[in-house]
Design a protein around this ligand. Structure first.
Ligand code: UGA
Length: 433
């Protein structure tokens, strides 16, 4: 019942499917049972409340009985990044073992469908093998195997799940493909595009999709970095123009501090590792990753140039969530920046509309101060850095900034401020000279 699992469970339950939402964390299961979402996601709690009350969503820790009552078992456990950048499959192995053990006493023919993002080959070589060896049963005879990658985004997960742009069904078993197609048709009707393929291509589709989007962001960040050095250049006008070419498209062309979150950094890095394992050097993906890692240095270079030594400087960070409409700070560039500023012995004032608590739990209180309103967060600031694209920040005006020091430096990493600042401030926007 993590991000993908809980959203899937709640939206399927909303579509009148009976869903057992299994998690090994008792607290989480009981939190969901009392209609609470364990993390913030627009609309999700509302859907949980309705589906738990209607009895369609049944949160539980009982994997065995849930599997025995289910026609399809979606595997949605996390596949985090290891310190060396490769994919940690521990949770996948653990849950596959548990499913295998549970399958011993199951007489029906369930389909085990992998939704977690896994390196190509994992579904057949690890998951299927573990289920077979632990259950003593055979894929294709006693149970089916499928891989259906997930494309939902944090911040719009519920609407993405309600109306996906695409369903991918990966399975080498025609019977499984038919059953999964029928299941998704029942939920989404005939309008939603569906692609049927084998499991390895389905696994690759997810890596290709996220790597392409990440590359698009690193591409526009490259153009932004060029713009930084040319008088009069403006990355947003360029993105608008090239995005009008239908072959390019205007989405994911917003230059910024670099992509974060639990998916792009991990998936690009995991894919690079996978490519190397199969003897291919993925230069393009390595460049995507490198450009992304380097964005933070561009902010630090500006800081060093404009403020000199950062020791005891008061720096306000607006936004620690990796993007707007979420309280998720995983792989957030903003968090990485705060850690660097802390090392340089600056005093850091943080504001975020949603992620303040998660930030405090991660960063602690040494040299870091937390504020729930923007004006207090920027009080006496030597520098304000806008990091997350929260709508609230688009409404900032000169009055909101009135408590900052004179000659305060403003670094707008996402070009959020839309008004002409008075000469009291020094304003630098990434992607504009
Ligand atoms: C991403 C994908 O968009 C989803 O399709 C996918 O299902 C998901 O990963 C996943 O693999 O589970 P998500 O991580 O929720 O979704 O967030 P995105 O909206 O893709 O944003 C990722 C990062 O890129 C954020 O830090 C965002 O600020 C940044 N970004 C995005 C840009 O800097 N510029 C853009 O134009 C778009």
């Amino acid at each position: 019942m993590g991000f993908v699992g809980l959203t899937t469970a709640a939206v399927f339950a909303e579509k009148k499917i009976t869903v057992y939402g299994v998690d090994n964390d008792k607290n989480k299961a009981s939190q969901i049972a009392s209609s609470k979402a364990p993390f913030f996601e627009p609309d999700l709690e509302h859907v949980i409340r309705r589906t738990v009350n209607s009895g369609k969503l049944i949160p539980t820790t009982d994997l065995l009985s849930s599997i025995s009552k289910s026609e399809i078992v979606f595997v949605c456990v996390g596949t985090p990044m290891k310190p060396d950048g490769s994919v940690n499959l521990d949770y996948i192995k653990k849950v596959s073992t548990q499913i295998g053990q549970a399958m011993k006493s199951v007489s029906a023919y369930p389909i085990i469908c992998v939704k977690s993002t896994v390196p190509p080959g994992t579904t057949e070589r690890i998951i299927t093998k573990l289920i077979q060896s632990k259950s003593g049963k055979t894929a294709g005879q006693h149970f089916g195997i499928a891989m259906t990658p997930e494309f939902l985004r944090e911040g719009s997960a519920v609407s993405d799940m309600r109306t996906p742009h695409l369903i991918v069904i990966g399975s080498s078993d025609e019977n499984v493909q038919e059953r999964m197609s029928a299941f998704f048709r029942k939920i989404y009707g005939t309008q939603t595009k569906m692609i049927t393929t084998n499991t390895i291509s389905a696994e690759l589709i997810k890596y290709a999709n996220n790597s392409f989007l990440a590359t698009k962001i690193s591409f526009i960040n490259t153009i932004a970095n060029v713009c930084n050095r040319i008088a009069g250049a403006d990355v947003d006008r360029i993105a608008d123009a090239i995005g009008s070419d239908p072959r390019i498209g205007n989405l994911f062309l917003k230059a910024g501090p670099g992509y974060g979150g639990s998916c792009f950094p991990k998936d690009v890095s995991g894919f690079i590792h996978y490519c190397k394992q199969i003897g291919y050097d993925p230069v393009l993906l390595k460049a995507t990753d490198l450009v992304n890692r380097n964005q933070i240095n561009i902010i630090l270079e500006i800081l060093n140039k404009e403020l000199g030594k950062l020791e005891d400087k008061s720096i306000s960070i607006l936004g620690t969530a990796f993007k707007k409409d979420t309280d998720d700070i995983r792989e957030s560039v903003s968090i990485k920046l705060v850690n660097k500023l802390k090392k340089a012995r600056a005093n850091i004032h943080i504001h975020d509309p949603m992620a303040l608590e998660n930030t405090r739990l991660t960063l602690g209180n040494n040299r870091i101060y937390y504020f729930s309103d923007i004006s207090s967060a920027i009080n006496s600031a030597d520098c304000i850095i806008l990091m997350t694209d929260w709508d609230e920040y688009k409404r900032i005006n000169e009055k909101t900034l009135s408590m900052a020091k004179d000659a305060c430096l403003i670094i707008d990493t996402r070009r959020i401020l839309k008004f002409n600042l008075s000469a009291r401030f020094r304003y630098i926007a990434l992607g504009r000279s």
